[in-house]
Design a protein around this ligand. Sequence first.
Ligand code: AHG
Ligand code: MN
Ligand code: MN
Length: 335
Amino acid sequence: MSQKISLTRYLVEQQRVDGLIPAQLRLLIEVVARACKGISQAVNKGALGGVLGSAESENVQGEMQKKLDIIANEVLIEANEWGGHLAAMASEEMEGIYVVPNRYPQGEYLLLFDPLDGSSNIDVNVSIGTIFSVLKKPEGHPGVTEQDFLQPGHRQVAAGYCIYGPQTTLVLTVGDGVAMFTLDREQGSFVLTQENVQIPEDTKEFAINMSNMRHWDAPVRRYIDECLAGKEGPRGKDFNMRWVASMVADVHRILTRGGIFLYPWDKREPEKPGKLRLMYEANPMGWLVEQAGGAATNGMQRILDVQPQKLHERVSVILGSRNEVERVTGYHKGT
Ligand code: AHG
Ligand code: MN
Ligand code: MN
């Protein structure tokens, strides 16, 4: 019988291979995974745990917060602040950075998260998740500021998400491919269920919120029009469409069977580069997708090369099967 590999064992082995991950980073990932187990518990209880519905408050993005947005944020902070592995955290649900309090030792890492992705799906019992990104605190000065977080995505040292769906699955990269771990509730541990995840280069499945079609720019319109034209159109094949409205769920499908995901800039709020947030949505997902052989751009450049100007910066996102992403990005050239 083949032996089950727990997340702990996987990380210990990663640490041994050329010291791929230092001990502090290993601890950090374990702590994030433990927090995700806690969030998964709360999500599973749903109405029985009194966790559904609105919190009647707004976050810094001007979005109404759900109770679970706030619960998940608190679980992540409480789990991570005392271990000595972090200098500071940043979250979709907090305006400024959260510096580890003085009573705890300060570590060398910075953790960013979207504590609860897919908030509109909480109350309707559809898959949601937690997205996280880890950076190293720049050296050479004491303390930590928001400026320390403003590093491009290619500087991430770990990234992943945990999806709370029919199964709870943690998906992780530390720069050595993508691995998936399914939560074994009886054992209380994440078990390795897929290694070396690979996204097929081609696909017949796209994910975009079609209700925004009239607001899109020409390149995105052209791409989707061509997909919709099917066999008789320029692409010569029929496409299928999916839109879960939880980025974690759409990306999870793409990592599993391929596809392309777009949340492009549109004319509704032209001053905003997009809806999704660069530092705790697009960067971690972009890196996972690249590590699985796919691509992620904002139409103009690789997402991971975008230099953030602010913590809650937004970005246009096109990611998934490499050939499709390159095609849409190509349509943007010269526009
Ligand atoms: P969040 O719940 O963290 O605010 O993120 C929601 C995001 C993303 O998960 C999803 O792809 C997108 O918003 C859905 O947006 P629409 O409702 O505009 O389709
Ligand atoms: Mn989100
Ligand atoms: Mn969120």
